[in-house]
Design a protein around this ligand. Structure first.
Ligand code: AMP
Ligand code: MG
Length: 270
């Protein structure tokens, strides 16, 4: 995809989400069908690259997915990673912290779930929840959540310097689109289980969450761990952009097919 960079937040950039249209499909000039075909090709390429990553056991890849309720985090995991070999791919989901987790620093539960060499790990929510919920709901003093931006940058720097490629995606939907998706959840017997009344409380705090997202996007997009703001009102476009970013990043790693562990010349299988 051309001009993918328009969705990347540069280090130090001050993010104003009202200038990032959630319904944007500008990178898909040939329309939806062509985009879906392209996404399928990307998915096949991802399968190959992931197999090599797993075989080579050298690089680790961390994919962070953040976004409001119904923004499509589960959908991305299902669609973009469809068919990749589960041997080398894991999903880690983060819920409200348990008592034990709260008794530790906020990165404790996160660090133990990062990818090892050869692995891709997808974070469905992440350590970024700790500069969202506690801030918006005033669960901890301001100086505590403010210090976390720097702590997160240091943590991600450590991961990057020790062989982890970090890709962070903010799935950006509009408030209207969320209304439709929540209503759909409520109405569809197969999706109803996902609906929680608490989601409406968060929805009522939409503007506060938007501000908290703008702050974290502005403060934690770094060279070693950039944020991508993904227009996510159109699911097909969301998947195309994320697939493109992932494949481009993995191609850059220049992963080699490993050599056999011993000299196999002349070996014949009878
Ligand atoms: P879901 O991803 O829809 O299953 O919901 C998980 C819930 O856990 C969401 O409401 C998150 O905001 C909440 N959550 C995840 N991490 C944290 C955190 N560190 N602090 C507070 N709430 C969190
Ligand atoms: Mg939810």
């Amino acid at each position: 995809m051309k001009k993918l960079k328009r969705y990347r937040i540069e280090p130090g950039e001050k993010v104003d989400l009202s200038r990032h249209p959630p319904g944007d499909t500008a990178g898909a000039k040939d329309g939806r069908e062509a985009a879906e075909e392209k996404a399928l090709e990307l998915n096949e390429r991802l399968e190959v690259l992931q197999e090599r990553l797993w075989a080579e056991q050298k690089h680790a890849v961390l994919v962070v997915l953040q976004g409001m309720d119904t923004s499509g985090k589960d959908g991305v995991i299902r669609k973009v990673f469809e068919g990749v070999n589960p041997l080398g791919v894991r999903v880690a989901a983060f819920k409200a912290p348990t008592e034990e987790e709260l008794a530790h620093d906020f990165l404790w539960r996160v660090h133990s779930r990062v990818p090892g060499r050869g692995e891709i790990v997808i974070f469905n929510r992440s350590h970024y929840e700790d500069v969202l919920v506690p801030r918006v709901r005033q669960l901890v003093p301001e100086k505590v959540w403010k210090a976390r931006y720097g702590q997160i940058n240091d943590f991600e720097k450590l991961l990057a310097e020790t062989g982890t490629t970090i890709l962070k995606f903010f799935l950006h939907i509009s408030k209207d689109e969320q209304k439709e998706r929540l209503q759909e959840r409520l109405d569809d017997p197969e999706k109803r289980w996902k609906f929680r009344k608490g989601d409406l409380d968060d929805r009522a705090l939409w503007d506060d969450y938007t501000k908290a997202y703008e702050a974290l996007l502005s403060r934690t997009s770094t060279r070693h761990a950039p944020w991508w703001v993904i227009p996510a009102d159109k699911k097909w476009y969301r998947d195309l952009v994320i697939g493109s970013v992932l494949v481009e990043a993995l191609e850059k790693l220049d992963i080699r097919r490993p050599e056999p562990r011993e000299d196999l010349t002349g070996v014949v299988v009878e």
